[in-house]
Design a protein around this ligand. Structure first.
Ligand code: AHR
Length: 522
């Protein structure tokens, strides 16, 4: 069914909702939007893995972000920042990808094991040429994953590594005992195997990972995968290197050459680039950036469709293992806090909401998505400040992810809106929505990406009857509003009124907001 766009007549029901809501919301000439949720039309289970993260040895993501060192004045657990652990545990991180990114194809895992003082020092040539002392290696990463409850996902080195190095890393991590590598792991303090299941076979092999062609990448994949065997009974889940954005030729070239060879996952990357420093966005620059999200959705549909041609039973999972907003960096921020340090704003939270709504709507096509990156770099959920980095602030993106947490493991259901484009030239709808259901609970998330238009949403629920509900919202009218070290709670989740009556929900959705409604349904 397609809804026709028309102004909603002010009914007694909306009038009663209006009386529940702050006056300001209605004083700016609100637009009205209609929506329908088909609670009985299932799309697929929303894998918690769609809310996964990525941490690279880049800028202050690891050093100064996650890792402060055992002798740091910053409260830590064996060198791992305690505040980050607390916040990330609360958020829930299903899977964490590491150690890169571009860094992965220049990383030699043996450099990061054994007594810290004896580990070699190398130069991180990808990200500014700083000296990498390898104090954060495999054991430290696994400890961090265990502390926050995340499953590890390693990106193995293809570009400057070897099949043997990857296979040995697997044995070191997963062989329970008996072999020299398992004994070395035990001697380094971890008798229990790490049980690392997810392995990326290189990163961005079309670029920083080796500048390979798609055909050569598939050949490299086949070579590396041949030696990626099970250790401790754990068969590695192998992820091949997919395209930059929606590069159709890449996928055809790769899949033709793969010729049916075993592969468990296929990873694409899609960044939403912006032209201004994080806190200086104009509405025009914001829309130019947010307009990439319809293309993200298109890419997921098209890449899955291409894979289906080779893999009709969907044995290969589609990964979007790097995504998020990539603004123009501020030289001053980078100087102080490291490469790609990016503050998050209300605009970033809206971007996160648009992305996560897409993942819900395309839940049947996606296996895992990893926001880039976890701390300090690009669209981070936590930021720290300065070389000592005593502060640890939850960004607007952290709270946007929080609003989507109730969707995890629920079944995505179909929804539609009468949203219009934000401008005649744009494809970005002015209302983004997704819904999921499990038993008697229906969760709806709505995003208003407009900087200048509050709206009232009137949403009919079909296929279930809503009985009661509650809503929460992340909102600031200023597109550049952010959580600073001085004011860490400027943009946080707050309760929000929602009216549930006659099989519908009605709520106000102010300009620049992300809202989640949780309904009890029968
Ligand atoms: O996330 C930053 C970089 O972006 C990664 O290292 C690389 O994979 C991508 O190009």
């Amino acid at each position: 069914m397609t809804l026709t766009r028309r102004r909603v007549i002010q009914t007694a029901a909306t009038a009663s909702l209006a009386s529940l809501l702050p006056r300001a919301v209605f004083s700016q000439g609100a637009g009205n939007r209609k929506a329908v949720i088909h609670a009985d039309q299932e799309i697929g289970v929303i894998r918690p893995e769609l809310h996964s993260h990525f941490a690279e040895h880049l800028g202050s993501c690891v050093y100064g972000g996650i890792w402060v060192g055992k002798n740091s004045p910053v409260p830590n657990i064996n060198g791992i920042r305690r505040a980050a652990v607390d916040h990330l545990k609360e958020l829930g991180v299903p899977v964490l990808r590491w150690p890169g990114g571009c860094f992965a194809d220049d990383y030699h895992w043996r450099d990061g094991i054994g007594p810290a003082a004896k580990r070699p020092k190398s130069v991180n040539t990808n990200w500014g040429g700083y000296v990498e002392d390898n104090s954060f290696g495999t054991h430290e990463f696994i400890e961090f994953c265990r502390l926050i409850g995340a499953e590890p996902y390693f990106a193995a080195n293809v570009g400057s590594g070897s099949p043997q190095a990857m296979r040995d890393w697997m044995e070191y991590c997963n062989q329970p005992s008996g072999s020299s590598l398992a004994e070395e792991r035990a001697a380094n303090g971890s008798p229990e195997p790490f049980k690392v299941r997810y392995w990326g076979v290189g990163n961005e092999l079309w670029g920083c990972g080796g500048n390979f062609t798609a055909q050569r990448t598939a050949e490299e994949y086949r070579h590396f995968a041949t030696f990626a065997r099970a250790f401790g009974g754990l068969r590695p889940f192998l992820v091949g290197c997919g395209p930059n954005g929606n590069n159709v030729q890449w996928t055809r070239g790769f899949m033709d050459t793969l010729a049916g060879y075993r592969m468990d996952g296929y990873s694409m990357h899609f960044y939403s680039n912006g032209t201004l420093p994080p806190l200086e966005y104009t509405p025009e620059a914001m829309y130019a950036q947010l307009n990439s999200f319809p293309r993200v959705e298109q890419a997921i549909i098209q890449q899955r469709n291409l894979l289906d041609g080779y893999d009709p039973n969907r044995r290969i999972g589609l990964f979007l293992d790097e995504w998020g907003v990539w603004d123009r960096m501020s030289a001053e921020d980078e100087k102080r806090n490291g490469r790609l340090w990016q503050q998050e704003s209300m605009r970033s939270a809206v971007a996160a909401g648009l992305g996560l709504n897409i993942f819900n709507r395309q839940a049947d096509k996606l296996y895992m998505c990893n926001i880039a990156q976890m701390v300090n770099v690009l669209q981070a959920v936590l930021i720290t400040d300065g070389p000592e980095g005593r502060n640890c602030v939850r960004t607007t993106s952290y709270y946007a992810f929080m609003l989507f947490k109730p969707h995890r493991a629920k079944t995505s259901v179909r929804s539609e809106t009468d949203a219009a484009s934000t401008s005649p030239a744009d494809k970005l709808p002015d209302l983004s929505m997704s819904a999921s259901r499990q038993g008697g609970e229906l969760v709806v998330t709505l995003v208003n990406p407009r900087h200048d238009a509050d709206m009232q949403v009137d949403c009919e629920i079909r296929g279930a009857t809503p009985r009661q509900g509650r809503a929460e919202i992340l909102h600031d009218p200023d597109i550049n509003a952010y959580n600073s070290f001085d004011n860490p709670n400027r943009v946080v989740i707050r309760p929000h009124p929602v009216a549930v009556e006659n099989g519908r929900i009605r709520l106000a959705l102010p300009a620049m907001s992300v809202a989640t409604v949780t309904l009890q349904v029968t």
